[in-house]
Write a protein that binds this ligand. Structure first.
Ligand SMILES: Nc1ncnc2c1ncn2[C@@H]1O[C@H](COP(=O)(O)OP(=O)(O)OP(=O)(O)O)[C@@H](O)[C@H]1O
Length: 324
């Protein structure tokens, strides 16, 4: 007996692996844009979920940013219903401007996914990110000068969000989508050079492949996996250290901190700054290094200015972050 074509078998296996530990009867929601990745995800889930005793539903978000987006959301919702998904939600959102167009669309989309998952008490929301998306994310973050946690990029599981295709290459996923008979919509933003990610995908990565040889995508994705392990271990170490040197949520014992490696000190300093109300998006490595100098280069200097009208200072043997 011949099975499905290899790309289809592969995406189904990836989805089965992601869903196999969910309790029978739970609802999984596929977040589907109508693009090839999330259509392949929907097709694989329609096959796998019932065989695992799970219910499959779908959600598509209309960002209202492009002409014809409402009709496309209707088409995607109809397609999901045809696959037997129930419930199927088609949600319209209003995209703001905070953080630029990509970030604003993303936060509106996740808010809609979150709400839909809550309403239907979904056990999991499936996203169609592939290994290529992971590699692009790592490259973008490398270019910004990021630490291990940020370079760990996307996780296969974050709360109830699952990314079954994170280890699968985009080409296989696209092949699976067409072998399943889907006619994916191609998002013009994905090829629009105005978007940084599009330039990484179509310009930077091909140049890197040409100059450094093939395998860059896999290598960048592997870096994310390795750094996730490192970042998890360092965060766990920081948790323990905080028990010893923490003096409440926004203060740390300076002498205790001095005996710790910089990777742990900077984690703890960042934590107290966030706990004191510094906005995460504005708190940079430079701010944290300035706090660290209150530990390692202490010579009675005055306070360190931090974002969100906060300041860090050393007082009575403690590093303290508080409002101005
Ligand atoms: N409008 C949307 N409605 C519902 N889910 C979405 C929407 N846009 C993106 N998603 C979800 O987020 C994932 C990542 O989206 P993104 O646009 O970054 O990637 P993509 O590679 O273009 O994916 P796709 O080929 O599925 O559009 C998608 O695979 C899908 O699961």
């Amino acid at each position: 007996m011949s099975g499905p074509p290899p790309p289809v078998a592969l995406v189904r296996t990836a989805v089965r692996r992601a869903l196999r530990d969910l309790p029978a009867g739970s609802l999984v929601l596929v977040a589907c844009s109508g693009g090839p990745d999330s259509l392949a995800l929907a097709g694989a889930t329609a096959f796998v979920a019932p065989r695992l005793g799970l219910r499959a539903g779908g959600v598509t978000v209309d960002h209202g940013l492009q002409e014809g987006s409402a009709e496309r959301a209707d088409t995607v919702a109809a397609l999901l219903r045809n696959l037997g998904f129930d419930p199927v939600e088609r949600v319209s959102v209003t995209v703001g401007t905070a953080g630029g167009p990509e970030a604003a669309a993303r936060s509106a989309r996740y808010a809609a996914l979150e709400k839909t998952a809550d309403v239907h008490q979904a056990a999991a929301v499936l996203l169609g990110h592939t290994r290529d998306d992971q590699a692009e994310t790592v490259l973008l973050r490398l270019a910004r000068g990021s630490g291990a946690r940020s370079l760990a990029a996307m996780a296969t599981r974050t709360g109830r969000y699952l990314r079954p295709f994170l280890d699968v290459d985009r080409r296989t996923v696209h092949e699976a989508a067409s072998l399943m008979g889907f006619e994916p919509w191609s998002d013009p933003h994905n090829t629009d050079p105005a978007y940084t990610r599009s330039r990484v995908r179509h310009e930077a990565l091909p140049v890197l492949e040409r100059v450094l040889g093939p395998g860059i995508t896999e290598a960048l994705a592997r870096t994310a996996t390795l750094l996730r392990d490192d970042a998890d271990a360092l965060d766990a170490w920081a948790d323990q250290a905080q028990q010893q040197v923490g003096r409440g949520p926004t203060a740390l014992d300076a002498a205790g901190l001095a005996g710790l490696p910089r990777a742990i000190r900077t984690r703890l300093l960042r934590r107290i700054a966030l706990a004191a109300g510094c906005p995460a998006g504005a708190l940079t490595a430079e701010h944290v290094f300035a706090l660290d100098r209150l530990v390692t280069e202490w010579r009675g200097q005055s306070h360190v200015d931090l974002p969100g009208a906060r300041r860090g200072r050393r007082h009575d043997g403690q590093i303290i972050v508080s409002a101005d």
